[in-house]
Design a protein around this ligand. Sequence first.
Ligand code: AMP
Length: 312
Amino acid sequence: MANRQSSGARNSQHRRTNKPKNPRHGSNNAGRGNNKKKSKLIDPSLFVNKDVKPAQQIDYSAKHKFTDFGFDSRIERNILARGYETPTQIQDEAIPAVLERRDVLGLANTGTGKTAAFILPVINYLLKNEGKNDVLIITPTRELAAQIEDDFRAFTKNIKLFSALCVGGTNINPQIKALAKEPHVVIGTPGRLKDLLEQGKLDLAFTDTLILDEADRMLDMGFIKDVNFLCNAVPVERQTLCFSATITPDIQKLINGLLKNPVTCSVRTNTNNDHIHQSVIEAGDKHEKVEQLHDLLIKPEVSKAIVFMRTK
Ligand code: AMP
């Protein structure tokens, strides 16, 4: 701690003597007066990085076309309607294995197309199987669960397969009603799913496909007990798919207990953040903060922005 502070102080001095001219690439200079006095309050160099290299694109040339997988023609139509032309790497590698009903460990993060990598072959299986069996998808967050349901709906357009979204933080009663209709696919977060299972509203007796999405985040968020509880409630005769961006010892333990002779599909992604430039603008009271934010947002180069306020 002491070391970090002293090196930060050195950097801070250096930064002040080399004050950048371009407001976008500098700290403290959104242009409202008394910054000199305020800059003593925090030392941006302790937590702010400069961009050092441009972002790298990793090219991938797909081995398959979507038409090579032998999907039901209704699924193929929906893939086209969704605007997907070529499989992404995780889709290219995982879809054949999932179609063979193998257990799969997908090492891929959000943005790689991992949702379609599992949802398309699973829909194909449900169709072949005439919807006799069910699928359980466990995700760490409501948002991810909702996103997966959106994809499921888009890929099952004009197909009679149904889903239920069971997430925390919302009224449980509509979820109980949705489960009573015996959906083919249940997508939810661990706590709420466990709750529904314990209340006898979620029936996993016919579930033969279990999917854990963003497993590493689920463990990070402390859901391991609930995840284990749910996994143990799914019949042992099943296909299990586990997606995770990272392999930590905890994930490895989970995988060892869940997956049988899995096919591993790993996607190379550019996880290097060196191309992201960070900067700090200091503001006095909250009115000045709003004015500075306004000044920033009206700049033509700010084409996209996310504003976080406290925890929102
Ligand atoms: P995901 O990693 O599943 O969250 O997907 C990231 C984004 O990529 C989503 O907006 C998907 O709709 C999109 N996407 C996934 N697969 C493809 C594909 N093969 N072609 C074009 N877009 C895709």
